[in-house]
Design a protein. Structure first.
Length: 121
């Protein structure tokens, strides 16, 4: 990802994926920084989910709770998939709600997102 960003530092998806790699390595502050860069370059909703989940992992559970609250507002103009809500609930260690939202993702035929279930950490 870093080599890609040397070539194109405005490629949001490289920042996003670098954030995932850093988060998995345990460097959550660096992951949040990369997600934030990605968010500056794109309004892709999944980025906000990853930022909130990473902040929750680092102890700021309010970030995930706040985003879940915002997702309830009908004024939101982006579609928030049930799978992403499950990720947020997992970041809050609320497995029952996470399972409920994963089941909703299956019921919604959310194929693009639910296909990641076997590999998404």
């Amino acid at each position: 990802m870093r080599k890609t960003l040397e070539i194109d530092p405005t490629f949001f998806y490289a920042h996003f994926n670098l954030g995932i790699a850093l988060q998995l390595k345990g460097d959550v502050p660096a992951a949040i920084a990369e997600y934030t860069k990605a968010r500056e370059l794109s309004d892709e909703p999944r980025i906000a989910v990853q930022i909130a989940a990473a902040k929750a992992q680092s102890g700021d559970k309010d970030a995930a709770v706040q985003l879940l609250t915002e997702l309830q507002e009908p004024s939101r103009h982006w579609n928030v998939h049930a799978y992403w809500r499950a990720v947020l609930y997992l970041s809050l260690e609320n497995r029952d709600e996470a399972i409920r939202w994963l089941e909703q993702a299956v019921a919604d035929h959310d194929g693009l997102n639910i296909t990641w279930i076997k590999v998404d950490p």
